[in-house]
Design a protein around this ligand. Structure first.
Ligand SMILES: *Cc1c(COP(=O)(O)O)cnc(C)c1O
Length: 401
């Protein structure tokens, strides 16, 4: 946790709204994960769609983790940050075959999640380039349909009911399937959901003789609300170890386990600070209107996510009830009925858990500039992305009139 004094100092130095990431927290979360799974051969690929600032990628690379990417541009960013191609995993969805071919040229691991692409890849490359296949096990994970990806209506993965079809393509084109992948959603607290997934994957693995690893995606939960708990990764690591030992006894096979944590590594490292422009009493509520909106932090509006908010500049103020809203000409409610230390115009409000899917989902809606990003480490702060300017809003516009 960064101290209140440091947060306020950065808000004053760089202005608001402002994203701040604490390097030590990212490193600590990575240690927790690797420690929990140390009994099993495990590889971690950071899902960089959560937060892709090149400095964050470099921190992750230095830790020895790999990178999970979902667009060819993320692959390029990863290479630029110093990841070797074999440390990068390309897990796209509904992209054109040419994008898969570009990833192949770059030499990264390729995860195919569509029968049509599987066929095209097999017909074009046969067994010359190993791949992994993304399966949809149809298990409902996490409870929130918007962030669950393994259910029947999901567009992700190839249904496990199409296993016969996958096998036909593999046999006909001689595809070398060296890994199976599933990613059933985000924020899965129940360790049993992961174990259920693992059991399904182990069953499926027996259908593919070249299998070397099973990629269980992500879904590691971190606490957002004060009463929430993280996924018990130590328990999961222990149970997984037991399952894999039993599998080895039975089949003689030892499989590597891969994970793709996004939120788990960066969510809690991030702080988002905004300033209160107006406090507005209406017949229904007291609005605290801040200098940002869903253009900079969309999770509360998009997923109904809870972000804990703290009034940084009035920590001893009497507690009152507020509805925190943004300054967009659009309904942009961060939360209703939130108890905060008395909010005054000019106060700084801080959102916790802002590292994952915060800046990354920002836009310039209402022609407002995207915020600056700061890396905080060992008590020092470094600007790692400048705040946008009016020129940035015009950069790619072509004036023809
Ligand atoms: C988004 C995503 C992740 C990361 O999910 P988190 O909930 O941020 O940990 C991992 N794998 C894939 C394929 C993803 O799309």
């Amino acid at each position: 946790m960064i101290s209140r004094e440091h947060l306020i100092e950065m808000a004053k130095t760089y202005g608001t709204p402002l994203y701040i990431y604490q390097r030590e927290k990212i490193e600590g979360q990575y240690k927790k994960l690797t420690n929990a799974f140390k009994q099993t051969p495990t590889r971690f690929f950071y899902a960089c769609k959560a937060l892709s600032n090149i400095n964050v990628l470099k921190i992750i690379q230095k830790l020895g983790a790999g990178l999970d990417t979902v667009s060819i541009n993320e692959v390029h960013l990863g290479l630029k940050a110093g990841f070797a191609p074999q440390q990068i995993l390309f897990t796209p969805n509904c992209v054109h075959f040419s994008e898969i071919e570009q990833a192949k040229e770059l030499g990264v691991h390729i995860n195919i999640d569509n029968i049509s692409i599987l066929e095209q890849f097999g017909n074009t490359y046969g067994d010359s380039y190993p791949i992994m296949v993304r399966l949809n096990p149809h298990i409902m994970a996490g409870g929130n349909l918007k962030i669950s990806t393994g259910h029947i209506d999901s567009k992700f993965g190839i249904s496990i009911h199409q296993l016969r079809h996958i096998e036909r393509i593999v046999k006909t084109t001689k595809l070398n399937v060296e890994g199976l992948h599933m990613h059933t959603g985000s924020e899965i607290k129940d360790v049993n959901v992961f174990l259920q997934g693992l059991e399904i994957m182990l069953d499926l693995a027996t259908h593919f003789p070249n299998i070397k690893y099973l990629d269980l995606g992500s879904g590691f939960k971190v606490p957002y609300a004060p009463d929430e708990k993280a996924t018990d990764v130590d328990l999961l690591g222990q149970k997984m170890h037991e399952t894999l030992v039993a599998f080895k006894k039975e089949t003689g096979k030892e499989l590597e386990i891969w994970f793709e944590p996004g939120k788990y590594l960066v969510s809690e490292s991030g702080y988002f600070i905004a300033r209160v422009n107006t406090v507005k009493q209406t017949p229904a509520t007291v609005f605290a209107g801040i200098d940002t909106g869903f253009n900079h932090l969309i999770r509360p509006m998009f997923y109904e996510s809870y972000h804990h908010i703290i009034n940084l500049s009035n920590p001893k103020g009497v507690e009152r009830i507020y509805t925190v809203v943004g300054n967009l000409c659009e309904t942009d409610t961060f939360c209703w009925d939130r108890v905060l230390n008395e909010v005054r115009e000019g106060d700084y409000l801080m959102f916790k858990n802002a590292g994952a899917y915060g800046f990354e989902m920002a836009s310039s809606f209402n022609s407002r500039m995207r915020p600056a990003e700061i890396l905080f480490s060992k008590g020092k702060h470094h600007l790692i992305r400048k705040r946008e300017t009016l020129d940035d809003l015009l950069t790619n516009q072509v004036e023809v009139l």
